[in-house]
Design a protein around this ligand. Sequence first.
Ligand code: GUN
Length: 279
Amino acid sequence: MQILDGKALAAKIREKAAEDVASLKAKGITPSLAVVLIGDDPASHTYVKMKEKACEQTGIYSIVHKMPDDISLDKILETIEMMNKNPNINGILIQLPLPPHIDTQKVIQAVSPTKDVDGFHPFNMGKLVLDLEGFVPCTPLGVMRILKEYDIDPKGLNTCIVGASNIVGKPMMHLLLNKFATVDICHIHTKNLKEHTKKADLLIVGVGKENLITEEMVKEGAIVIDIGINKTSEGKITGDVDFEGVKSKCSYITPVPGGVGPMTIAMLLSNTIKAARKA
Ligand code: GUN
């Protein structure tokens, strides 16, 4: 079994990103990211702090626009419009989830597709489906980058994705399909999950449920990618896969923490630099 070391790869990508930013700055371009953070969800605040810190270390200018939980949709849309028009802002990120009274799609669709570094806008999602150049959501993009780093070609692999969210499972499905994997996508209504996971040469799990995937659900020699981030009752960070039970059975596995998580942030930096180059 080999560990897929997302932490080490992310560090390498971030070093290269810092060099890219330095050369852009030498040409008078400072890549910049504006983050919209609504409400006081502790996890969202933690993620945004990590993103801010990563930008700072890379030389990317970042601003975080914080808004209260009871903010109106109109006020959010107004702020985004201001950011769309501001030539000094290259990337715009709306930290999700939004408060329940806000229509998330209206907010996502207000972001200019050219500044949509999260790749959540239907324009960029459509481009992904058609395998055209655009912004790709950071977490699935990070998974593809890990596979590439370890010379794992998805072509022809039986792939099972567990979790069909708009930000992870669905874009992941298209990225893999574009590389000619056979893709099976499972979700909350899937009957007999094990029947699906057990067939997978490449198993990708992003649900947010501790120990969802146990040893008997994994094919011998499978490649296992764990996108889950859960906090155990003892306060430890863990994924969706029972790592200890599964590790001896698979050929490759991502740890949590230190697997896909750091790659998400590294891909955000890459996407922001890409947006600055295009602008
Ligand atoms: N909330 C959970 N994951 C993400 C992400 O990748 N991007 C944003 N904007 N919000 C999130």
